[in-house]
Every structure is written in C-alpha cells, then in structure tokens.
Design a protein around this ligand. Sequence first.
Ligand code: TPP
Ligand code: SF4
Length: 246
Amino acid sequence: MEKIYARTKGLRPDVVSGFCPGCMHSTVIKLIGEVLEEMNQMDNAVAVLGIGCCGLHMEYMSYDNVTAPHGRACAVATGIKRANSKSLVYTYQGDGDFASIGLGESVSAANRGENITVIFINNGIYGMTGGQMAPTTLLGMKASTAPKGRIAEEHGYPMHMCEILNQLTAPYYLERTSCNTPQNVLKTRKAIKKAFQNQLDGKGFSMVEIVTSCPTNWGLDTMKSLDYLNEKMLTEYPLGVIRDNG
Ligand SMILES: Cc1ncc(C[n+]2csc(CCOP(=O)(O)OP(=O)(O)O)c2C)c(N)n1
Ligand code: SF4
C-alpha cells in the first residue's frame, strides 16, 4: 500500500502528546517539524523555547533546542543567531512570555530587525500557571486574576502584537494565522515555511502569530473552545498578512 502520511522526524517517535485535548500547541509543533524536515533544516535548526506550556515543546522535538528564562527568548535567540549566523533560529513563545514579561525583548529584537523567526502562540491566557490574564486576554474574558472578566478601565485593552510591531520600520514579515480549520492549518504551515525561508535568505525579523485555544483555562470543552476561538478570538485578532516586504 502506498504510504501517504508519516509522522515528522521533527517529533520524537517515542513520545505521545501530553497537551490537553483540543490544545493547538500540538498541531503547531507538528507543523514546525514537518516544515523543517521539508526544508532539510532539522540539523541546522535551533529552537528557543519560552516558559509555559509552549516550553513543553522540548519534550517532543528531536532537534536542538534551548529554553530561555521567561520572556527572554528573543534575546537568547539573538545571541545564538549572531554567534552562528548560518543556523536557523526560531523562538516559540506564548502570549505571557512574548507580550507580557518579554515585551521589551520582543519589541527590541523586532526593532533591530534581528534575522530570527518568532512563532508566537496567542491563546489569550497564561496556560501553564492556571489561567492568569495575559496582555491578549479579551475584554470580558475570565481569568484567575480577573474573575469577573477583563475590564478595560482596570486592565487595559487586548494587545495586538502584529499591529504593534507593524509600527516599527525593521520587521520584514508579520502574519497572523490560526489552526481552527484544516484550511487554516495549511495556511499556518505555509506562513511558518515562509518565515523560515526569509531567515535563510537573510531578510531579518519574521513573526507568525498563531491564534489558538486553551480549553482548560478557558473552562470550555474542545468543541466549545473552538466556537469561542471562531466567534471571539478571531473577531479581536483578524487573520491575515500584516506586513510582507517580500
Ligand atoms: C521570571 C518568571 N516569572 C514567572 C514565571 C512563572 N510562569 C511560568 S509559565 C508562565 C506563563 C505562561 O503563559 P504563556 O507564556 O502564555 O504560555 P502558555 O502556557 O499559554 O503556553 C509564568 C508566568 C516564571 N517561570 N519565570
Ligand atoms: S493548559 Fe492550555 S495551553 Fe496548556 S496544554 Fe492545556 S490547553 Fe494547552
């Protein structure tokens, strides 16, 4: 029988996913592995992982990786890339990591046009630590630190990282995708590949923001969390290319 699908070599063959049911981290890390394999970059890739469920990525991947202190992934990736300019260096960060504690490092790396790739997982909440409010939490969305839901007057408004970085001169490529439908999974795959290719071509800073779900901390089952993502998250965070200098 013709083999039409195989598990990517980017994922360890001996480990099964420990992510919660319906969590899209597992989809995204599979896509990254597939893309690296397709681009023949697995021996050349270095992943810099944020802290959080995003950091669990290290349990599954079969290529080089390092975990950065919470929020500092872009700074660590900068060092690795500058020291090994031929390596394909990417960060994999949650919204707490990239947009909250790491905001300074993230904006600074983008502003310098560092030749790195950022995979930014926006699930609107701190996943690993139990659902605290993130900069990306929606207005009205409940969090353990905002039990009545996010209120603009108290907590400020949801932050749109692609649009914020689009104010800077240096970034080369900024796209927001999701994994809510098979079609969007394929679009996310394409965006990741493009962002990696940009780096190999020396184009500078590329980011793919992926809007995902956290059923566990949203307090929703897998199907309802998908509805919430479609109806609420994607209204606040519309998908599309925000900048493409290519
Ligand atoms: C300096 C520091 N501050 C706080 C923490 C605690 N901490 C661990 S994970 C995390 C939040 C993770 O949320 P996010 O970045 O959105 O990733 P997710 O778990 O949703 O993938 C926090 C605050 C830490 N490990 N280090
Ligand atoms: S807590 Fe949320 S982000 Fe973490 S594995 Fe579960 S669903 Fe995914």
